[in-house]
Design a protein around this ligand. Structure first.
Ligand code: HEM
Length: 402
């Protein structure tokens, strides 16, 4: 029998939205380099052990190829790749390093501290609006979806009155199945026109935001980003940072409320918020497709040769439950330290916005614990539904009451 004849269909389906697929544990133990076939029929290798996923994500022989993921998911079905991050920001070689150096300089701990008060206000306002509309409410639509896009607007220096437009553009660019190709192109054109005008305005009147800082870097004679790169960076950050964070807020709150003793412990001791956020990132079994890579030469993984040209899916979520690294991996230890989870990837492409994402998750949780300590899920956790077919995993709705 050829490997593909016994290949598992990928992605694997769990029994409920917050639970891991039951195959993970056996794969990690007995078949760490598993043959799978992707939704478009293409063969791939699936890695599930922490050691292998971590090593491969950092190995330059495993080249990033997000087309492997997108042809397996929605983008391939619509034939549209306008939301392809690799087209917007340099994704390989020296150009990628330069881009990361220039943009990454802005994502410092000091900057994150400065952004906190603004994030807190955004969270408080959104929670106030949610409670004013009555219960039960969908926490995803009321809080998780708008918060990260409003934060990205603040970061780019976009005025508050334009936030709703940003939400709409982001929603259109990311929801490849819900909108037609024409609608997506129209949204992209509007976004590009808006940002081109915004960048021009920042040249004339710089302020304390990422766009102004990047313009200043260039104007001070440093090797900076030109206006086209600035435009691509703005769109890339919106695409990379919105849906990921929005879904993670929804999943984090759901996981913490699914066993309400977790929530109660945090209400009585909010100093555990940081470790609880890390543990939620680790325990998230619904991270989406996983990171896809293309192998550029024959490479040994877990004693097996992965041939050149193979597509490889690195499941960080499966790796994050590896019993060789995490004790009681299927439980949630809200004080787990250290917590070497791989939710933000690792290596040259690891999440550039991870300090921002962490701050958003921490602030959202802190404000929720303070403002709505009686929060609970309005339906049993096993009734929560996953969003299907997205590269980024999430829940359709997060119904809550308080
Ligand atoms: C909980 C929220 C988030 C999660 C789980 C997440 C996860 C990830 C992961 C796993 C990668 C690695 C992709 C790869 O190796 O191919 C990545 C890359 C990236 N993320 Fe995030 N991310 C989050 C939020 C954000 C935010 C808020 C931003 C910025 C606004 C952001 C910006 C980026 C960028 C620019 C990259 C590409 C880095 C590169 O290729 O050098 N992410 N993210």
């Amino acid at each position: 029998m050829s490997p593909q004849e016994h290949a598992l269909p990928y992605p694997l389906t769990p029994e409920s939205a917050l639970e891991p697929p039951r195959e993970w544990e056996g794969l990690r133990r007995e078949c760490p380099v598993a043959d799978v076939h992707l939704p478009n029929g293409a063969p791939a290798k699936l890695l599930t052990r922490h050691e292998d996923v971590k090593a491969m994500l950092a190995d330059p022989r495993f080249e990033r190829d997000i087309r492997v993921g997108s042809t397996a998911g929605d983008a391939g079905e619509t034939g549209d790749d306008s939301a392809d991050l690799s087209r917007m920001v340099p994704s390989t070689g020296e150009n990628h390093l330069r881009w990361r150096r220039l943009v990454g300089r802005w994502f410092t701990a000091k900057r994150m501290r400065q952004l906190r008060p603004g994030m807190e206000r955004i969270a408080e306002d959104l929670i106030r609006d949610m409670t004013a509309s009555g219960q039960p409410a969908d926490l995803k639509a009321s809080l998780a979806f708008p918060l990260p896009v409003f934060v990205i607007c603040d970061m780019l220096g976009v005025p508050a009155e334009d936030r709703e437009r940003f939400s709409r553009w982001s929603d259109t660019l990311l929801n490849l199945t819900r909108y037609t190709g024409q609608e997506m192109q129209a949204a992209q054109r509007e976004f590009v026109d808006y940002m081109a005008g915004h960048i021009e305005a920042k040249h004339a009147e710089p302020a304390d935001d990422l766009i102004s800082a990047l313009i200043e870097q260039r104007e001070s004679g440093e090797d900076g980003l030109d206006d086209t790169e600035l435009l691509g960076t703005s769109m890339g950050l919106l695409i990379a940072g919105h849906e990921t964070t929005a879904n993670m807020i929804g999943k984090m709150v759901s996981m913490l409320l699914a066993d309400r003793s977790r929530w109660e412990r945090l209400v009585s001791d909010p100093s555990k918020v940081r470790t609880a956020v890390e543990e939620s990132l680790r325990a998230d079994a619904n991270q989406g497709f996983g990171l896809t890579r293309m192998v550029t030469e024959d490479t040994e993984v877990a004693g097996e040769t992965v041939p050149e040209g193979s597509a490889v899916v690195c499941s960080m979520a499966a790796a994050n439950r590896d019993e060789h690294v995490f004790s009681d991996p299927d439980g949630m230890d809200l004080e787990r330290v250290p917590n070497p989870h791989l939710a933000f990837g690792t290596g040259a492409h690891s999440c550039l916005g991870q300090a921002l994402a962490r701050t958003e998750l921490q602030v959202t949780l802190e404000v929720l614990l303070r403002e709505l300590p009686t929060l609970e899920l309005a339906s049993p956790p096993e009734h929560l539904e996953r969003v299907e077919g997205l590269l980024v995993g999430g829940l359709r709705e997060v119904p809550v009451r308080w």
